[in-house]
Design a protein around this ligand. Structure first.
Ligand SMILES: Nc1ncnc2c1ncn2[C@@H]1O[C@H](COP(=O)(O)OP(=O)(O)O)[C@@H](O)[C@H]1O
Ligand SMILES: [Mg+2]
Length: 255
């Protein structure tokens, strides 16, 4: 049975795509079969981390959702492109960067049941151990449906008042939807904060598991999404934190 993990946040720019890319890569590097889907159709981004910026001509999630292409046709094997995965496999479904396709989702929305059905089919077709869903921020109907099929929801937030309220709302909605495991990731924490007390405060505020408190990293900013940080800098403190977060989210039993 594959584990489906949604990476979500109430507000944008919290670090969802970097978190999803790094977690998927370090889990794959443990020898697993991992899928990642860019479900942020309005503002796709994770393809850049997999080295696909500016590349056109690939089939995309949009072709599956609106143009009747089978899900198997729109998935890319990015294992070799990403590199360093030690025999694991990494599969990616990109979202289209065509302006017309991006605005279509705003006009028409999409059939979320088609998406969830397609994801289940993909998990079987590729015999995935884990599927990560990189979502669009905020609470909209499509995102809620992706939560319904998730075994784990990771809510990414910054230690910022603007993120606090929305994170609480997201956690409450996910609990109502019976998502089996909900965990918060605090990201971009100033390096001079005591991360243990940040974790304690967030845990107490939301009565919710805190899976990681990740520091703000100038090195990650410097990379500017031009790659998967933890594969490029395996000895960095942040990479070790991504690896231990990945072990919490996907324990070795899934192998
Ligand atoms: N821990 C971190 N430290 C510093 N910068 C980060 C960190 N996590 C993410 N970023 C930066 O924040 C920006 C938004 O990250 P991204 O993963 O695209 O967020 P989202 O998908 O939530 O919009 C990017 O420039 C990324 O490099
Ligand atoms: Mg993103």
């Amino acid at each position: 049975m594959a584990t489906i993990v949604s990476v979500h946040s109430f507000r944008g720019g919290t670090g969802k795509s970097n978190t999803a890319a790094n977690l998927s890569a370090v889990v794959a590097a443990r020898g697993m079969r991992v899928g990642v889907i860019d479900a942020d159709i309005q503002s796709p981004g994770i393809h850049v981390l997999f080295g696909l910026a500016g590349e056109t001509g690939h089939a995309s999630l949009n072709d599956f959702l609106w143009h009747d292409r089978p899900i198997q046709d729109v998935v890319m094997d990015v294992t070799d492109r990403v590199g360093g995965l030690n025999g694991g496999r990494l599969y990616f479904i990109p979202s289209s960067m065509e302006p017309g396709e991006i605005t279509r989702v705003l006009r028409e929305g999409y059939d979320a049941h088609r998406l969830t059905g397609g994801l289940r089919e993909l998990v079987d077709h590729l015999s995935l151990d884990v599927l990560f869903i990189d979502t669009h921020p905020g609470l909209n109907e499509e995102t809620l449906l992706s939560l319904v099929i998730s075994d784990i929801l990771l809510i990414v937030m910054r230690p910022d008042r603007q993120d606090f309220e929305g994170t609480g709302i997201t956690a409450r909605v996910a609990k109502e939807l019976d998502v089996p495991q909900i965990s918060i990731i605090v990201n971009k924490t100033p390096t001079d904060f005591d991360r243990e007390s940040v974790a304690e405060r967030v845990r107490a505020t939301y009565d919710c598991d805190v899976a990681a408190v990740l520091p703000h990293s100038d090195d990650l900013m410097r990379l500017g999404s031009e790659g998967v940080f933890s594969l490029l800098n395996p000895d960095h403190e942040l990479s070790a934190l991504y690896r231990s977060l990945a072990r919490r989210v996907v324990p070795d039993r899934a192998q």
